[in-house]
Ligand binder design. Sequence first.
Ligand SMILES: Cc1cc2nc3c(=O)[nH]c(=O)nc-3n(C[C@H](O)[C@H](O)[C@H](O)COP(=O)(O)OP(=O)(O)OC[C@H]3O[C@@H](n4cnc5c(N)ncnc54)[C@H](O)[C@@H]3O)c2cc1C
Length: 378
Amino acid sequence: MNGPPPTGTDGWRERAHVFAEREISPHAAEIDREDRVPDPLLRSLRSSGFFGLGIPPEWGGSGGDTRSIVAVLEELARASSAVAVLVAVHQSVCAAPILRWGTPEQKETFLRPLARGERIGAFGLTEPGAGSDTARIACRYVREGAEFVLHGTKMFTSNAVSAGTILVFATSDPSLGAHGISAFVVPPGTPGFSVAQRLDKLGLRGSETTELVLDGVRLPAEALLGREGEGLHVALDALSGGRVGIASCALGVARAAFEEMRRAVRVRDEEWKRPVLARAYTELSAARALVERAAALKDAGAEYVEAASVAKLSASRAAFSIASSGVDVAAPESMRAGSPSERLLRDARVFPIVEGTTEIQELILARWLLAPERGPSS
Ligand SMILES: Cc1cc2nc3c(=O)[nH]c(=O)nc-3n(C[C@H](O)[C@H](O)[C@H](O)COP(=O)(O)OP(=O)(O)OC[C@H]3O[C@@H](n4cnc5c(N)ncnc54)[C@H](O)[C@@H]3O)c2cc1C
């Protein structure tokens, strides 16, 4: 699907809806079963303009505000959460931080190919011994003259097999905690960099999740993104934006599960199913309002950390709750391996974990709610 980028949120939603119906939905079960996005679909995605969302045309992107990104991700995830997460990770935790923190030279080298979809972006923060507590990462870097040399292991890195650009976070000294961490842009062809294993998962199958090894990866000074020692700030800022994207993916799964449930009720309408359907609709509507609120605040340049956490909590709960009751409503067909209800339930289980778990969102919110500057009414 080529052509100039659409204008406005509705235009983007329409493009994503048509793309998802034509190009993704017919392959959704295969993506889950084979645990990969087929090459022809990847090629269509590259020319869809979705990889350039949120990146201004001056850097080769398709433009589009957060509301448009949210609309696109919801439509893609309604068809396949793996495809939506591929785009979400590329856009929100790889391209967006390079746009925000990169020098003009880094944007020319790294952002432009990401914007055109010539390269896919990934984000390597999590390690075998550091997930929620990001300041504990052990991947080390040392300075050697003007170069940086990285050693370590990254775990659960999405998109990394196909990626042409990976943001990697490493510390100069673990005893410095958050202040020792820096962000680097790593092209995967770099000697010493390898994908050690591809992880087989319960849900979100088709999304590449990998273990990465960095064994003496030598990077030039230009690979440093932001200032030395500010890497955790870059990571947390990226994850705040990423939460809005992941919330949109969860919303798409919630919608797909709701639509599947409604179809099942229409096939075999029974009294007990009607309130279940109504509850699912209420959860879906609330999640949509909260995701759109977070996107609107981000677009307005307002503080949106609280709204992003609320949106992610609400949408990931809605996805799991609707998918779970959807299995009851569509039983016994929903028990078949590979049935849409079964796949949606497995996919929905991932969203409370990725880009900050439910418990971490609750900690962020509690900190926000109890901040001294917040009065009794907010
Ligand atoms: C499909 C998938 C894709 C992913 N993609 C990426 C990626 O692209 N890049 C990347 O860097 N990471 C990625 N991750 C990793 C993900 O971000 C981490 O799994 C997540 O941050 C949690 O870290 P952990 O798994 O180490 O769990 P832990 O941090 O060990 O947490 C285990 C449990 O303890 C809870 N917990 C932890 N600390 C606290 C606390 N202080 N208070 C209360 N409860 C707590 C957690 O909520 C969780 O329930 C991905 C994960 C998955 C499943």
